[in-house]
Ligand binder design. Structure first.
Ligand SMILES: NC(=O)c1ccc[n+]([C@@H]2O[C@H](COP(=O)([O-])OP(=O)(O)OC[C@H]3O[C@@H](n4cnc5c(N)ncnc54)[C@H](OP(=O)(O)O)[C@@H]3O)[C@@H](O)[C@H]2O)c1
Length: 273
């Protein structure tokens, strides 16, 4: 069966990652077109990937089975309203813009448009992303499979039961990379205070993060069990872990992540205005 034709509106970081990931998975370059106002961006994409580009959002979308909206949230309203006249053939529209609710997208694009709202995260830029997806009722099973394939090109994707879950995804994986960067910063800094050079402290910190993630992903036991297994009674790890538990690290994450959800809700309201 021939692959759906994909149109990306906006040829920036996320579109570049998605296109790169799709081509690596042998998605036909001829089935991909990117529309971007900047000639520099179009030339870069053509040269890097051998795909088609355009500076005309409407003609780009009117040829596509799937239209991926990859512009910044601030310009989404204008871009979506302009696009609506090019969507009479009812392509699937995937929005990767943070904070824009389905109700707004439907209002701008047309109430019956099949839309998947997606919350990706920054590691998509290195093909290790984690996305949450939610579809409106107009999206068919086939279109859902297309969305899974497209986001799957840059990492894992999970279908959500309610649109509100997108805010929880934002708090877990959307903002999550920054939590890990913060932990890395702290570990690196203390490593230096304990006598290591910055270079060595950073190398050890980053490799440890990678190693722990790899072990957790490849293991069939839970992270809590893995932690217990590397924490010998009376040992060094136990002394360190006790400090985190005494400081109620879970409560700290609860507060931080609830704050992220609250902010996502506020931003959705601001964007809808
Ligand atoms: N980067 C991430 O990790 C990440 C994570 C989660 C969600 N997202 C979402 O992904 C979306 C794209 O983010 P990004 O980082 O890829 O942004 P980006 O690099 O700024 O890409 C957006 C592209 O759209 C172009 N553009 C602007 N106006 C346009 C128009 N009217 N028609 C067509 N293209 C237009 C921009 O051109 P100019 O440069 O000339 O303005 C730019 O090339 C955002 O909505 C963001 O919320 C990104």
């Amino acid at each position: 069966m021939s692959k759906p034709t994909l149109a990306f509106i906006g040829g920036g970081n996320m579109a570049t990652s998605l296109v790169g990931g799709l081509l690596e998975q042998n998605y036909p370059a001829n089935n991909i077109i990117v529309s971007d106002p900047m000639e520099e961006n179009r030339n870069r994409l053509q040269k890097q990937f051998g795909i088609n580009t355009s500076n005309d959002n409407l003609s780009t979308a009117s040829q596509a089975d799937v239209v991926v909206l990859a512009v910044k949230p601030q310009v989404m309203k204008q871009v979506a309203q302009e696009l609506s006249s090019a969507l009479t053939h009812q392509p699937l529209v995937i929005s990767i813009a943070a904070g824009i609710p389905l109700s707004s997208l439907q209002q701008w694009l047309g109430e019956n448009t099949p839309i998947v709202r997606c919350m990706p995260n920054t590691p998509a830029l290195v093909q290790t992303g984690a996305s949450g997806l939610f579809a409106n009722t107009h999206v068919s099973t086939e279109q859902k499979a297309s969305a899974t394939e497209i986001l799957g090109a840059v990492g894992i994707s999970c279908w959500l039961e309610t649109e509100a879950d997108i805010d929880a995804v934002t708090a877990v994986s959307g903002s999550g990379p920054a939590y890990y960067f913060l932990i890395m910063e702290a570990m690196e800094q203390v490593g230096v205070e304990l006598g290591l050079s910055q270079k060595v402290s950073r190398q050890l910190t980053l490799q440890t993060a990678l190693g722990a993630a790899k072990m957790a992903m490849e293991s069939d036991v839970e992270p809590a069990e893995l932690r217990k297994r590397v924490t010998s009674p009376g040992g060094t790890t136990q002394r360190a872990i006790e400090t985190f538990i005494d400081g109620d690290i879970t409560e700290l994450f609860r507060k931080a992540m609830s704050g992220a959800v609250e902010r996502a809700e506020e931003m959705a309201k601001e964007m809808a205005d």
